[in-house]
Design a protein around this ligand. Structure first.
Ligand SMILES: [Zn+2]
Ligand SMILES: [Zn+2]
Length: 245
């Protein structure tokens, strides 16, 4: 008998320039408990550096965290990457993302703040390279690198701004493990365009009230990364539309 886990696989912390400063560990714990979400992914723009602190705090609340990031490609496509461990995510960030990202100094007035945080919700560092930028890798090149490193690849909000279909018009010539949509009205079109890929939905929360507002249910034995991969491969992930907005 498999367990059912409620998952929100697209969440931004105070390290994403466009996310609210209140996206700190305690806000995640409170909102995720309220929504009975027990498995999440942290997916800041082009970085995973807040993952360890959030993982530690949320584990004390019984919530497991997948190390992820939302990478922006040369065509301004947002691609969600999920890794088996923080170490693997961090390795990808330092060896692939950072060397391919243009260096622009963050201007908080213009771009927003990018803050590393500790377990007590205290800001410890302002991350100084602006993270809201595209890499000089194409979508296909990024996906290939990510697969080489064992990551799970999901195209984010495919029909919305920065989504792969919105940006490119057609699906890229590359494999993905799933595609993400934002409303039930997008479901049939997504299934037709990405035949064989599971279609999922997540909150893409940038503010505390959005956390856990769109979820999926995964059927799995445990909340291990291998089980997450398996659930996508075998279609044991379903969108919970009744909590969508
Ligand atoms: Zn996005
Ligand atoms: Zn996002």
């Amino acid at each position: 008998m498999l367990n059912e886990y409620r998952v929100d696989l697209h969440l931004h912390t105070c390290l994403s320039p466009c996310a609210d400063l209140t996206m700190v560990p305690s806000a995640f714990a409170e909102k995720l408990e309220e929504k009975n979400v027990d498995w999440i992914a942290i997916t800041d723009h082009n970085t995973c550096r807040n993952v360890p602190v959030f993982s530690k705090v949320l584990r004390d609340h019984g919530i497991e965290v997948i190390a992820g990031m939302e990478v922006q490609t040369r065509e301004e496509v947002h691609v969600l990457l999920y890794f088996e461990s923080y170490e693997e995510a961090f390795d990808f960030e330092t060896t692939i993302v950072m060397p391919h990202m243009k260096k622009t100094k963050l201007d908080p007035e213009l771009h927003g703040y990018q803050l590393l945080v500790n377990e007590k919700d205290e800001f410890t560092e302002l991350y100084s390279d602006w993270l809201g930028q595209p890499l000089d890798l194409s979508t296909e090149e990024l996906v290939e690198c990510a697969h080489e490193k064992g990551a799970v690849v999901v195209f984010a909000h495919i029909f919305r701004r920065f989504g792969v279909i919105h940006q490119l018009g057609i699906p890229p010539n590359t494999r993905c493990e799933a595609v993400e949509i934002c409303s039930v009205s997008e479901l049939e079109k997504a299934k037709t365009m990405f035949k064989g890929s599971p279609v999922i939905s997540s909150s893409d929360a940038h503010f505390p009230d959005q956390i856990g507002s769109r979820n999926c249910v995964i059927k799995a034995n445990t909340r291990k990364f291998r089980e997450f991969k398996d659930a996508l491969e075998k279609g044991r992930i379903l969108i919970e539309w009744d909590c969508a907005h």
